[in-house]
Design a protein around this ligand. Structure first.
Ligand code: FE2
Length: 168
């Protein structure tokens, strides 16, 4: 299981969704921001793996609905909460953009552009009422903060240790 996670993360070296960091740095920065926030293991793992839909081993760069691909891959391996949190990172962006004008304005240019392709800002009542909604919004904040060239990253070993603890 952790070998699969390592392969997926390594496969995102040199895969660019954002302008400033590749998906490898983005994933490990996102995990680091979650660890800095004392997030629980499931939230840290979801943070590290939320964009695996962009891996060439799954959907590939630019694939439609990359968040669902991530959730579907994670569910049988790490359970419903990791899967749901990773799968909800686009819904969380749409939600935050709808309720917080400053949030929408501060999104990266790429994220602003993809927001309209993803249906634009919107409050989905099912998402907002979900028991893990607050965690998904946290993950989204880590995600948005994980696009800084040269920023500190979590180590692959740290992420893999968490994956081993959570593996089903
Ligand atoms: Fe992301």
């Amino acid at each position: 299981m952790s070998a699969e996670v390592a392969d997926l993360l390594r496969s995102m070296r040199g895969v660019w969704d954002e302008v400033d960091v590749d998906e490898w740095d983005h994933a490990l920065q996102c995990a680091a921001r979650a660890l800095d926030d004392d997030a629980d293991d499931e939230l840290v793992l979801a943070a590290a793996l939320h964009d695996i839909g962009h891996s060439p081993l799954l959907g590939g760069p630019g694939v439609a609905d990359h968040s669902k691909l991530a959730g579907d891959w994670l569910r049988p391996r790490f359970g419903e909460r990791v899967a749901w949190l990773a799968g909800a990172h686009v819904a969380a962006k749409r939600h935050l953009a709808a309720v917080d004008a400053d949030y929408g304005a501060a999104l990266s240019p790429v994220s602003k552009m993809s927001l309209s392709e993803q249906g634009g800002s919107a409050v989905d009542p099912a998402f907002a009422a979900h028991p893990w909604c607050a965690d998904a919004l946290q993950l989204r904040r880590f995600d948005d903060a994980a696009k800084v060239p040269g920023a500190r990253t979590a180590s692959l070993d740290t992420v893999l240790a968490i994956a081993r603890r959570l593996a089903r």
